[in-house]
Design a protein around this ligand. Structure first.
Ligand code: PMP
Ligand code: GLN
Length: 381
């Protein structure tokens, strides 16, 4: 049976490709972003307890009320944000789903969405499957800053939405207050919406404060802000996240959500509603992961790679153009096959495959894993 593909130019995501290759070659996997250390025992105990206590049926389609209330309290505490747990938050099966749902909620065929590249690989397919057009703007290499004048010049009557992501995957760049000021001035007086991917909100280093759009009521009124529990609690396999927006936008978001997944895993929501009160679990996360970044960077200094400093996320990028002219895909495959270490070629985050000869490494690993990975890279010259 033939179907007309809705995503004719899309293959299998690079994360699956590289994880599969790592498996085939028994390589250390610093490609796909997931921790190899255990999550909190207390949190898994709470899930088990919730199941034993009988919380095993559908919960509210917008998310367990106690969890939404805990999230509203957290947003108020961290970002001074006044959100209503009834109208402004929806729990979703992961951050990726929240992003897809937000885009599907608002995009009409012919709309334009400004997206910065390198871009997390689901963004552009999510835009295009809705019949909209991704207007791609390259972040400035190698700082990966947003070129705001170019953004301003790209705005027209078809511009429906701008996507931002801080801390940024794959580069670890973070937005500053001055970026927020530029964003505000670009959208002022327009009907442009915002989608802010903040799944790495707590994975931010060097004493930098996360510029959540939840801090800015004027911007939140036109935003979908997307989060993931997987990143915050070292449980990427749980696929649970949430979206915060204005009541008007969230009302439409829920119309799409209710006929897609409808409601998410109940026992995990029960557990998270309790565990969220443990503030140190997320407040200490930045320094815990920063130690890993620092250790990885120190190990990598003994290899020929050049560091492009990360200030957040699970990732740090390294360039190699000064010692190899191979394409980043070929190089990543060769490193997996011959050196036993899997990475992600950053060209996968550009629709046109722009290749700056940069690889992304996930450092959210045990020290022994990082040591084992980098040991092999010392052989490169
Ligand atoms: N956005 C970015 C930038 C990510 O790196 C990820 C990866 N996990 C997600 C969204 C999706 O998160 P989830 O696994 O909760 O769908
Ligand atoms: N967010 C993770 C990464 O960037 C992977 C998620 C996925 O495999 N789709 O590596």
């Amino acid at each position: 049976m033939l179907v007309q593909s809705k995503l004719p130019q899309v293959g299998t995501t690079i994360f699956t490709v590289m994880s599969q290759l790592a498996l085939e070659h028994g390589a250390v996997n610093l490609g796909q972003g997931f921790p190899d250390f255990p999550m909190s025992r207390e949190l898994t105990d709470l899930v088990n307890q919730a199941m034993r206590d009988g919380f095993n049926q559908y919960t509210h389609m917008n998310g367990l009320p106690q969890l939404r209330q805990a999230l509203a309290r957290k947003a108020a505490k961290l970002y001074g944000c006044n959100i209503d747990a009834d109208t402004d938050i929806t729990v979703t099966p992961g951050g990726t789903y929240a992003i897809y749902t937000a885009l599907t909620t608002v995009l009409q065929p012919g709309d334009e969405v400004i997206v910065f590249e390198p871009a997390y690989d689901s963004y552009i397919p999510n835009i295009e499957i809705n019949g909209a057009k991704a207007v791609r703007i390259a972040l400035e290499y190698p700082s990966y800053n947003i070129p705001w004048e170019q953004v301003r010049a790209s705005i027209n009557s078809r511009t429906r939405l701008i996507m931002i992501n801080s801390p940024h995957n794959p580069t670890g760049a973070v937005l500053s207050e001055s970026d927020i000021a530029s964003l505000r001035s670009v959208v002022a007086g327009t009907e442009i919406l915002l989608l802010s991917d903040e799944v790495y909100e707590h994975l931010i280093f060097d004493g930098i404060a996360h510029q959540s759009l939840l801090r800015y009521p004027d911007l939140l009124a036109r935003s979908f802000v997307c989060f993931s529990f997987g990143k915050t609690y070292h449980c990427t396999g749980w696929k649970l996240g949430y979206c915060i927006s204005s009541p008007e936008l969230m009302k439409e978001f829920r119309k799409v959500h209710q006929f897609n997944c409808f409601t998410c895993d109940t026992p995990k929501q029960v557990a998270l509603a309790t565990y969220l009160e443990n503030e140190s679990a997320y407040q200490e996360l930045g320094s815990f992961i920063q130690q890993k970044r620092d250790y990885f960077r120190q190990l990598m200094a003994e290899t020929p790679f050049r560091c492009i400093p990360s200030h957040g996320s699970y990732f740090e990028c390294y360039s190699y153009g000064h010692f190899s002219q191979e394409s980043d895909r070929d190089f990543a495959i060769r490193l997996t096959r011959d050196y036993g270490i899997a990475t992600i070629p950053v060209s996968a985050f550009y629709k046109d495959g722009k290749d700056d000869k940069v690889l992304r490494f996930c450092f959210a690993k045990q020290e022994s894993t990082l040591e084992k990975a980098v040991e092999q890279l010392r052989r490169l010259s």
